[in-house]
Design a protein around this ligand. Structure first.
Ligand SMILES: CC(C)(COP(=O)(O)OP(=O)(O)OC[C@H]1O[C@@H](n2cnc3c(N)ncnc32)[C@H](O)[C@@H]1OP(=O)(O)O)[C@@H](O)C(=O)NCCC(=O)NCCS
Length: 236
């Protein structure tokens, strides 16, 4: 059963709390998190690590120290030893999103920012670019990011990321209905868009057809504090 969790990062994260939580993260991840030049990038990365660990500890009843992540051939992370546990993470601006399921899943959140929409030709199929240009000018940017997040969710559910040609599949959104077309191997998948924030777009691709109506939202600082408590308990 698909579940979606969102972590909101609108308030600044306390540096001391950040450092404390970091102590419970394996050395290789810790180095990666600390390597970012901007603190906000490190925070997003730590939050992503913490949200999935917290979910795994709660759902699979395993210890933090027993959690072992690996990455597939094209970089999609998965939980070793639990082949029926699927998850995917996305972060952008003030949000970190995490989807878990018993079937492969892909999630993408993007901040809607001004763009030269001519780049659509590089990323979208011909049909998608045509549909985009047919939109009223004031609707184009939103439509661009709807398509973008849908496409990302698909290549992330598949796991091959940008190794899948972006013009090998197409979306059309009409009256909230998403139509998906592809000759690719992965055809049997389902899509849903969610509204979490007026400035962001969020899409999910799932190999299971049932989607939750709601997303669980938690604030970043609260997530870190709660996690610290779990880490420090006997379970960690
Ligand atoms: C890496 C990629 C899978 C997602 O990148 P992204 O949208 O920039 O980043 P997101 O925040 O949504 O997702 C990143 C997370 O996806 C996961 N991920 C990495 N490789 C993945 C893969 N092959 N499949 C699924 N998930 C993957 C990781 O958890 C990663 O988190 P990390 O960076 O903290 O390790 C890939 O699609 C990419 O490089 N995209 C670049 C943007 C682009 O050109 N998009 C065209 C869309 S039309």
């Amino acid at each position: 059963m698909l579940e979606i969790y969102a972590v909101e990062l609108k308030n600044e994260i306390d540096k001391h709390l950040f450092e404390q939580v970091l102590n419970y993260i394996p050395e290789n991840k810790k180095t990666r998190i600390k390597r970012f030049l901007k603190f906000e990038d490190s925070v997003r990365s730590l939050i992503a690590e913490v949200i999935i660990r917290k979910i795994i500890i709660a759902k699979l009843k395993i210890k933090n120290s027993d959690i072992l992540f690996e990455a597939g051939e094209y970089g999609k992370p998965y939980l070793k030893d639990f082949p029926d546990f699927h998850y995917n993470i996305s972060h952008s601006g003030q949000w970190v999103l995490c989807a878990i399921s018993n079937m492969p899943v892909g999630i993408d959140v993007e901040i809607v920012k001004e763009m030269d929409l001519r780049i659509a030709e590089r990323f979208f199929s011909e049909a998608e670019t045509k549909d985009l240009l047919m939109k009223k000018e004031n609707e184009r940017l939103e439509y661009f990011f709807d398509l973008w997040t849908l496409k990302e969710s698909y290549i992330k559910a598949d796991g091959r990321g940008l190794h899948i040609p972006l013009n090998s599949f197409s979306f059309k959104i009409e009256n909230e209905k998403i139509t998906f077309n592809t000759q690719n191997e992965l055809k049997q998948c389902f899509f849903k868009r969610y509204k979490i924030d007026n400035h962001y777009k969020l899409s999910v691709c799932s190999l299971a057809s049932k989607f939750p109506d709601k997303i669980s939202i938690i604030k970043g600082e609260r997530l870190l504090s709660e996690f610290l408590q779990i880490f420090q308990s006997a379970l960690s």
